[in-house]
Design a protein around this ligand. Structure first.
Ligand code: PLP
Length: 398
């Protein structure tokens, strides 16, 4: 059984704060501070450029990729870390299109997808100039929209606004039965759910590590390629570190073997050090225990808020199996309510137009935290404590 008291102790959590936003930016793992300091002082500071070899910097993206693969249910050598998720969306979609059946022109996604996924897809489609189009249907309509005109199905597993979760295995199977290549964005899934990518059989998956994995702002993203396909992909982002022999400095590009070809340029080593330290916490976590704890905390929060704040409408699915690890409510004054909550030491966030979001992260949250959130929110709603001009001024980041 996972010891969640031990995992809680692994984080720096400010006093008098209940952190309900680990779904957006995870808190600081205590070990990350000394790991990054060590990387700066003893590797960069002392070894200088020799650290690329001596400290194994060059191997970090793949070594960390293997640690991520375990959390994804993927095989060793199927994942590499690096770049940002927006870049990985572009790279994955380009790879998927290169695997797609000739003559198919539709990229199918849904209206709950995160905007950058759709923006990057549009940028790629425009650059390719092959007459491809992106169709976004309602999340519930995806299964019915799968047909032989679709080249690629590109979805985010858990909706960033509502926490609505797709049935990854069923949609992958249905899509592949129609010859469609499948990409999953697992930004809101890795570190939140007990994933089994290998069993699901999707061709590609991508995600970030600054949310549930707690690797820090701007932490590296990752890409998964199903092992039988990685040698077939012709990388569009053909950077030198994805080359078969980067230090031969050849004039022409030859892709590296397997997942190596999905590397692009120089890895962000300080962020990799933070990510590596953040992943240590996961060594003692059973993902089935994590999911069970997440469902239990979510149910408790939903019931408690229904009792204290009847005017808030649940925007997440009621059914736990349809929900990722976040609980969301809608209210026309959602932004001001969240600001009032933050002023009371409870940090969640807001997504336009009217969604109050709470991330559920059993690694460092307790049942008592859920009760405290519901009670404080009840006080704020009952006394209209949100109804102050200072809570209505929109900050740049919401
Ligand atoms: C599903 C999804 N994709 C992409 C992103 C952002 O990508 P990037 O890390 O490049 O900013 C987010 C950010 O929250 C996200 O939720």
């Amino acid at each position: 059984m996972t010891d969640f008291d031990a995992t809680r102790a692994a984080f720096h959590l400010p006093a008098d704060t209940v952190y309900m936003n680990g779904n957006s930016l995870g808190p600081l793992p205590i070990a990350a501070q000394s790991r990054v300091a060590d990387c700066i002082k003893n590797e960069w500071g002392t070894m200088l450029i020799t650290a690329w070899n001596k400290a194994g910097w060059m191997q970090q993206p793949k070594k960390i990729g293997n640690r991520l693969a375990r959390l994804l249910g993927g095989a060793d050598g199927s994942v590499v870390a690096g770049d940002t998720l927006s870049i990985k969306v572009f790279q994955a979609l380009a790879a998927a299109l290169s695997l797609a059946q000739p003559g198919r022109i539709r990229i199918l996604s849904d209206t709950g997808n995160f905007p950058t996924d759709l923006y990057m897809a549009q940028g790629l489609v425009d650059a390719l100039g092959k007459g491809l189009c992106i169709d976004c249907v309602a999340p519930d309509a995806v299964a019915d929209a799968l047909d032989e005109t679709v080249a690629v199905l590109m979805l985010t597993h858990v909706d960033y606004r509502t926490g609505r979760m797709h049935d990854m295995a069923a949609l992958t199977e249905a899509a592949q039965a129609k010859g469609i290549v499948v990409i999953w964005d697992l930004a809101h899934s890795i570190g939140a759910l007990d994933l089994d990518l290998a069993a699901c059989g999707a061709e590609l998956a991508i995600g970030c590590t600054y949310k549930f994995l707690n690797a820090g702002p701007g932490a590296p993203a990752f890409i998964y390629v199903r092992p039988d396909l990685s040698d077939q992909i012709k990388p569009v982002l053909s950077g030198w570190l994805g080359h078969a022999s980067p230090f031969s400095f050849e004039q022409t590009y030859t892709p590296g073997m397997g997942i190596d070809r999905m590397r692009v340029g120089t890895p962000a080593i300080l962020q990799m050090a933070a990510l590596d330290a953040a992943l240590d916490v996961w060594d003692s976590v059973d993902l089935a225990d994590l999911r069970a704890a997440s469902v239990s905390l979510s149910e408790r929060l939903i019931q408690a808020i229904a009792a204290t704040c009847p005017e808030l409408i649940l925007a997440s699915p009621k059914e736990p199996s349809m929900r990722g690890s976040q609980v969301c409510f809608s209210h026309p004054e959602g932004y001001a309510i969240m600001q009032a909550l933050i002023a009371h030491g409870i940090i969640g966030d807001f997504r336009a137009p009217n969604i109050i979001r709470f991330g559920i992260t059993p690694l460092f949250q307790s049942a008592r935290d859920m009760d405290h959130v519901a009670k404080t929110l009840g006080t704020i709603m009952k006394n209209r404590l949100w109804d102050e001009p200072k809570f209505k001024v929109r900050a740049h980041v919401t």
